[in-house]
Design a protein around this ligand. Structure first.
Ligand code: GCW
Length: 721
C-alpha cells in the first residue's frame, strides 16, 4: 500500500470514529428524563453496582415484562453493564421484583399487611436480608405497582440518591391521572406547538409507531395512567368501527404500562352516525345507541377508560339543545359505561353569558345546582381557574362547592397562554398555588388538592387531567424545557404535596445534569420563570390580554365583535377612571362564590392579595399600593421587571455554554432570545395601551401646556407681546 493511501484510510477511520462518538453524545431530547446515561462518579458507580448485581423477576404478564425490560435497560445504561436476570436469588445485591400473587419470594419477604393500604398502584421498596444476602425488594399488590416502583428505583439512581437502607412506600393520591390530547383525527393538534399528533391514524391499526411505546414508558415513569386520545372539540368519526380498531391498537401498546385510553366524544354522535333523528339523552333509542356503542368499544378495548365530554361550550353540542341538563347528558353516558367499569369526565368549561354577564361565574351557576344529581361514575372536570388557563388565575370557585360530586382538575401542560413552545415557563409553581389554595369550603384546610383527591368529601373516585403538549417534534414538547411541565404534571398528579422545586431538581438531574453549578443555575432559571411570565404578560391579576386567535402576543385593545368576553377590553376595563374587573360585592359579586374568609379577603382592595387585585377590583390609576407607589407605577414596574428577569434568565443560560450539550444548549438559547423579544412586546404594547388612560391627565396637561405655548408663540409672532 502506498503511504498516501495508508494515510487516507487512517483519515477516513478517524472521521468515522469521530462521527460515531459525536453521535453518541448528541442530545435531541427524545429520551426525555429517561436518558439512563452512565453514572459519572466512579465511586458512586461501584457502590451502585455492588448493591444491584442481579434482577429476580418472574415476568408472568405484560406489565411485569415491561418492568423487567425497563430495569434492564436503565441499569445497563447507567452501569454500562448487563445485569443478569433470573428467577431465584443467588448472590448479594439481588433486586427482587413482583407481587405476592405471582412470586412466593415476594410473598415470603413482604408481609401482606404492608401492602394492605397501597391499593392497585402503590408499592414498597425495601432493603432486606434474604438468607443472609442483602437484597432489595420492589413489591406491590398488582403488577402496575411493581412497574411504578421500578421507575422510582431507577429515579433514585438517576438522581444519584442512595439505594441502601431503603424503606419506601408510595401510592398515588389521585386515581385517574390522565393526559388530554387535543389531537384532531387529521393529526393537527389544537393548541399544540410540538408538531403533529403522535397518533398516526392513517397507518393504524396495521402499523404501530414505536414511539407509542416510548410515550407509554414516559407516562408510566411519572405515574400517568390514562390518555384521552382526541380533541375535546370532537369529531364523530372517533366512534366509528374503523377508529375504534385503530384506537385498540394504541391501547394494546399502552396497556403494559398501566395506561387506559379514553375518547372525547361529540354529544350528537347518535344523530350524526346513525339513522336516529335526535341525540336527546332521555330518548330510549339514543340511550340504547350509547349502550351498544359502549359494548362495541369494550369488545375491542376491554380496559377502555371512558368518555371525556365538552358539551354546550364553544360551539360543541350538548344536552341543553334538547332542553336537558348536564346531569341528564352525563348520566346517560355513565349508564352505558357503568357495566364495563368506565367513567365519564364531563367538562365544566362553560360560559353562557345569558346565565351571567361575568364569565367567571357561569360554570358555578350552571353546575352547583346539579350537585348530587350525577351518577357515581361521573367526574366533573374543571379548569384550575374560572377563565381559561391564564398565566395566573385564582382557583375556580367550583372546587369545594359540589361536595356530592367528585371534581377533577384540568391543567394545561401545553403552554397556550404562557408563551407556547417559545417561552421557558416551568408551570409547577402555578399548579401548586392552586392545589395548595385553601377553599375553606369545609372549614380551614380544605385545599383544592384535598377536594380533587377525594379525601375532603370522601369520594372513591378522583381524577386530574393535563392537556398534553406532546407532538411529533423529536423532543416531544417543542421546547426542551416544556418537557418539565409534562414531568411535573405526572409527579403532582401522583402526589400533590410534592414541592415544585424538588420536582424541578429531579427533572434537571435526569434531563440535564447533576453537576452542582449547572444544577443550581437551571434551578434558578426555572424557579422564577412562571412569575416572570406573569409579570410581562398579565401582572397584578390582569388576565386574557392576548391577541386574537394565536394567543401568543399581546392585544390589550382587542375587541371581539361576536362575543364581548372574547375581547381583552372586557377583562381589563381600562378607562380614564382606572383598570381591572370589579368582581367585588359592588360589582358582579364574583367574590360571593368563594367561602369566608376568602370572600371578605378578596372583596376589599386593602386585603385582596395583590396578585389578584385587578381580577377582583377596578381601581383608579393613582390608587396607592402597599409599596406606597401608585397602581400605574406598579404596573409599569411589573412589566419592566418581567423583561429584566428574562434578560437575566438568558444570561444565566448562556453561562452554561460548554456545560450542557451543544444541540440542546443552542435550542434553548434561541428560544430565550425569542422569549425576550416577545416579553418586550408584551410590555411595550400593554403599557402603551394603558398609558393613554393612565396618563390622560398628564397627557391633557401636557397638551394644554403645548397649546398655551403655541398660543404664546402665535401672540409673539403677531407682535402682541
Ligand atoms: O382556551 C380554549 C382554547 C380552545 C380549547 C378550549 C377548551 C379545545 O383556546 O382551543 O378548545 O379552551 O378548553 O375547550
Amino acid at each position: 500500500m502506498k503511504l498516501s493511501n495508508f494515510f487516507l484510510i487512517q483519515l477516513i477511520i478517524w472521521f468515522v470514529l469521530n462521527a460515531f462518538s459525536l453521535n453518541a453524545l448528541a442530545e435531541d431530547g427524545y429520551k426525555l428524563w429517561l436518558r439512563y446515561n452512565k453514572i459519572s462518579s466512579p465511586k458512586l458507580l461501584s457502590r451502585y453496582k455492588s448493591s444491584v448485581t442481579q434482577v429476580v423477576i418472574n415476568p408472568s404478564c405484560p406489565v411485569l415484562k415491561a418492568a423487567q425490560e425497563e430495569i434492564e435497560m436503565g441499569l445497563k445504561g447507567m452501569f454500562q453493564k448487563d445485569i443478569p436476570v433470573s428467577s431465584s436469588v443467588s448472590v448479594n445485591g439481588a433486586l427482587i421484583l413482583g407481587t405476592p400473587d405471582e412470586s412466593p419470594l415476594v410473598k415470603n419477604l413482604i408481609k401482606t399487611g404492608d401492602l394492605n393500604r397501597l391499593g392497585e398502584e402503590g408499592y414498597v421498596i425495601r432493603s432486606l436480608l434474604y438468607k443472609n444476602h442483602p437484597v432489595t425488594v420492589i413489591a406491590a399488590n398488582k403488577p402496575a405497582g411493581v412497574l411504578y416502583g421500578v421507575f422510582h428505583f431507577l429515579r433514585l439512581i438517576q438522581t444519584e440518591e442512595s439505594i441502601s437502607n431503603l424503606n419506601i412506600q408510595s401510592k398515588p393520591r389521585i386515581k385517574k391521572r390522565v393526559l388530554n390530547h387535543w389531537d384532531n383525527l387529521n393529526r393537527s393538534v389544537e393548541r399544540g406547538y410540538a408538531g403533529k399528533s403522535i397518533w398516526k391514524w392513517e397507518e393504524l391499526p396495521e402499523k404501530v409507531d414505536p414511539r407509542y411505546k416510548d410515550y407509554a414508558r414516559a407516562n408510566a415513569s411519572i405515574g400517568v395512567n390514562g390518555a384521552s386520545l382526541n380533541n375535546v372539540n370532537s369529531q364523530v368519526e372517533i366512534l366509528t368501527k374503523e377508529y375504534i380498531k385503530k384506537a385498540a391498537a394504541i391501547a394494546d401498546v399502552l396497556r403494559p404500562y398501566g395506561m387506559q385510553v379514553y375518547f372525547s366524544i361529540k354529544f350528537t354522535s347518535p344523530l350524526e352516525l346513525s339513522g336516529l333523528t335526535t341525540s336527546d339523552p332521555l330518548d330510549p333509542e339514543v340511550r340504547k345507541w350509547w349502550k351498544d356503542k359502549a359494548d362495541e368499544i369494550y369488545r375491542a378495548i376491554p380496559d377502555f377508560g371512558g368518555f371525556l365530554v365538552k358539551a354546550y361550550s364553544e360551539g360543541q353540542p350538548g344536552p341543553q339543545q334538547y332542553g336537558r341538563t348536564h346531569a341528564d347528558g352525563a348520566n346517560m353516558l355513565a349508564e352505558a359505561l357503568e357495566p364495563h367499569g368506565g367513567i365519564v369526565m364531563w367538562r365544566a368549561f362553560v360560559y353562557d353569558l345569558s346565565i351571567d354577564s361575568d364569565r367567571t361565574k357561569c360554570a358555578y351557576l350552571e353546575f352547583v345546582p346539579l350537585d348530587g344529581k350525577f351518577k357515581d361514575n361521573v367526574l366533573i372536570q374543571s379548569k384550575n381557574g374560572p377563565v381559561d388557563f391564564q398565566p395566573r388565575e385564582p382557583f375556580s370557585s367550583i372546587f369545594g362547592s359540589m361536595p356530592k360530586t367528585p371534581l377533577m382538575m384540568e391543567l394545561q401542560i401545553t403552554q397556550e397562554y404562557t408563551g407556547q413552545a417559545k417561552h421557558l415557563v416551568y408551570q409547577a409553581p402555578m399548579w401548586k398555588e392552586v392545589l395548595d389554595a385553601d377553599t375553606y369550603k369545609k372549614g380551614p384546610g380544605t385545599t383544592v388538592a384535598k377536594i380533587i383527591d377525594g379525601s375532603a368529601e370522601d369520594h372513591a373516585l378522583s381524577g386530574i387531567a393535563g392537556v398534553s403538549g406532546i407532538g411529533t417534534d423529536r423532543n416531544w414538547s417543542g421546547h426542551h424545557f416544556s418537557q418539565s411541565n409534562w414531568y411535573a404534571y405526572g409527579r403532582l398528579a401522583w402526589d400533590p404535596d410534592l414541592l415544585s422545586d424538588e420536582i424541578a431538581e429531579e427533572w434537571i438531574r435526569m434531563t440535564w445534569s447533576g453537576e452542582p453549578d449547572t444544577l443550581k443555575t437551571i434551578e434558578k432559571i426555572m424557579a422564577n420563570s412562571w412569575e416572570t411570565c406573569v409579570s410581562y404578560m398579565t401582572p397584578l391579576g390582569l388576565h386574557h390580554q392576548m391577541a386574537e386567535g394565536h394567543h401568543y402576543g399581546p392585544g390589550p385593545d382587542y375587541k371581539n365583535t361576536m362575543r364581548d368576553d372574547w375581547s381583552s377590553t372586557y377583562y381589563n376595563k381600562a378607562d380614564k377612571t382606572g383598570i381591572g374587573f370589579n368582581r367585588s360585592s359592588t360589582g358582579t359579586d364574583g367574590v360571593g362564590q368563594y367561602a369566608e374568609p376568602l370572600k371578605s379577603l378578596f372583596n376589599s382592595p386593602e386585603t385582596c392579595p395583590e396578585k389578584y387585585l385587578l381580577w377582583f377590583h377596578h381601581l383608579p390609576w393613582d390608587y396607592t399600593m402597599k409599596s406606597g407607589k401608585t397602581l400605574w407605577e406598579e404596573i409599569q414596574l411589573y412589566y419592566n421587571s418581567g423583561v429584566d428577569e428574562v434578560t437575566a434568565m438568558k444570561k444565566a443560560w448562556e453561562s452554561l455554554e460548554g456545560k450542557v450539550d451543544r444541540e440542546r444548549f443552542e435550542h434553548v438559547k434561541v428560544r430565550l432570545e425569542m422569549q425576550l423579544d416577545n416579553a418586550k412586546e408584551w410590555r411595550d404594547v400593554c403599557l402603551a395601551y394603558f398609558r393613554q388612560f393612565a396618563e390622560k391627565e398628564k397627557q391633557s396637561g401636557f397638551i394644554r401646556r403645548r397649546k398655551a405655548m403655541a398660543r404664546q408663540e402665535d401672540a409673539r409672532g403677531q407682535g402682541f407681546e
